[in-house]
Design a protein. Structure first.
Length: 180
């Protein structure tokens, strides 16, 4: 991996597999704790996501399909990128694309460029596959901080959507980036 010029330069990215699912779930649980401590439960709720059979199955499926990529520092997993098919509530692309289903980083390493490093890796995967469209969806509630993060990474907001969750509705935003 090339030099990045920031603290992420010593982060390696490796292929993940189903043995890595617990580490990814731990990252997600850490993100929930971090969001809850900042009174931002709208994104992922307040309960540990490792207890969700649906989500654990989804992450296992991404890993089984070779779409899981992990940012590691030594033996420590500090971030995860999941590539796969867009969810049913996202309008299908009319061209080949690389779809980011999961991006999560260790909140103990917030601000160190791990997410940006994983997004750069996703761009390189897309280009290697001859694909010029990279898309992601994210939580679009509260103060739109996550939408602004992706915009800061070069993405443009496109489709808005909502997903029913019990009595509530989860607001989402699809963003895209053109490559090449």
């Amino acid at each position: 991996m090339g030099q990045m010029g920031d603290s992420a330069e010593w982060t390696d990215i490796r292929q993940g597999d189903t043995d890595d699912v617990p580490a990814v779930m731990a990252l997600l649980d850490g993100a929930v704790r971090w969001l809850t401590a900042r009174d931002r439960p709208g994104q992922w709720g307040t309960e540990p996501l490792s207890g969700s059979r649906r989500l654990t199955t989804l992450i296992s499926g991404i890993a089984a399909d070779r779409g899981l990529h992990l940012a590691v520092r030594g033996d420590e997993v500090v971030g995860a990128l999941g590539i796969g098919r867009p969810p049913a509530w996202v309008t299908p692309a009319v061209e080949p694309e690389l779809y980011i289903m999961l991006l999560v980083t260790d909140r103990d390493h917030a601000g160190e460029g791990v997410g940006g490093r994983l997004l750069a890796y996703a761009r390189s995967l897309a280009l290697a596959a001859g694909v010029s469209l990279l898309r992601v969806d994210c939580y679009a509630g509260d103060d739109q901080a996550l939408v602004r993060y992706y915009e800061g990474q070069g993405f443009t907001a496109t489709q808005r959507f909502t997903v029913p969750q019990g009595d509530a509705r989860w607001p989402g935003q699809v963003l895209e980036q053109r490559l090449g």
